[in-house]
Ligand binder design. Sequence first.
Ligand SMILES: *Cc1c(COP(=O)(O)O)cnc(C)c1O
Length: 463
Amino acid sequence: MAFRELASTPAPEPPGAPWPASMTRTDEGLELAGVKLTELAAYGTPVYLLDEEELLDRARAWRKALPDGRIYYASKSFLTPAVARWMIEEGLDLDVASEGELRTALAGGVTGENLGLHGNAKSRELLALALDLEIGRIVLDSPGEAELLAEIAREKGVRAPCFVRVTTGVHAGGHEFIATAHEDQKFGLSLATGEAKALAQKVAASDSLELRGLHSHIGSQIAGTEGFVAAGTRIIELVVELAEEGISVPEIDLGGGYGIVYTALDPTPVAPAEVIAEIRSALTETCDKAGIQLPELSIEPGRSISGPAGITCYTVLGVKDVTTADGVRRYVSVDGGMSDNIRPALYQADYTAMLDRDSDAEKVACRVVGIHCESGDIVVPDVALPGDIAPGDLLVVAATGAYGRTMASNYNMLRRPGVLGVRQGRARWLWRPETWDDLLGQFAEIDDEPGESARAPKETDES
Ligand SMILES: *Cc1c(COP(=O)(O)O)cnc(C)c1O
């Protein structure tokens, strides 16, 4: 079992994965982008720390790997207006899947043409807003949605740029992938049953929709390239079938999901340039055999850009030895938990951690847990930490830049932590921490009459 193995494995020392490139250990403890961890922790813990240069370097690596295609950064992994702006400046586009993500991108000065809209169900209002913004693409997820969009586009006298989301039957995640014909999940339209093809035909025939491409997203934290090649090959087969009917598909999007290093057990990810080269050569071969041109290629990396750029810093609150069937496990409680990182509870995700201070103490098998009222409130399931770990120690968890802050909650009435952007010896809030006023300001007055507080809250900005 991986967990057992990790129980006796300390985190790799920086620099290097899973830590941001700028992280180092000095005589006085850890440093990120030239700022001491103790200084960053002084802003209050828990706190997310983002190495801005690492985020940018990762975006640039994808940009360089696919110079002639579009890279849609998956904003759900981590987005602030500044991050949205940086992505556009680096020549990337942005994937959004809700009105909030869309508005955050707009707040960063992003215009509609650089946005792709996703989601298994989109409201009339969101579709109308997308068309008003002249959005670059809308990824359709059902025939009903296509009808609704066609109707809105007709009313507005425009043609909506559409992709059809195809479920190829290829599923990947962790270190393996499977390819089946059967689907029972909410995203996309099945290739196997012909539903994807039928929707593509319908879009192509519509006078208010335009078929710009086919889309596939096979999963997350995928190692290697076979899964992308398998899904891409199935997509190309559909492109060929459509071409035979005179329907052209100018672009295919193979989605995101490129894996990163979370712990010492994760393989080193294939570099972006290699990923793209392998996908391109395999798909070109399939296209050559069928006698068609390879459509334009686009991808949607999220965590592989934002994940390794972020770490979380906690303060240790308590240490307790628990006797288990396998021996003694030391439970280390920190001042956050599932409210700032739900992934271990949601997906049994693994992470690794280490102390800020150096210690010669022998390492012991630890489990890092949060302060929430759930036994599943685990931060790091198994990691070896110095035996002299004690309350007050600063502990950092690696690779929390993606799906940390964006999936945070207020469970147990914790305030969601802020994100400090760190670059060249300086730190600033990219996303400020919630205050008690933010939290308590959401509640109705306790003597509000029924009917009073039931009215929709007033928007301060109706833009
Ligand atoms: C979540 C998601 C992504 C990004 O996934 P990562 O694992 O963060 O790379 C890309 N495309 C779609 C459609 C997604 O839902």
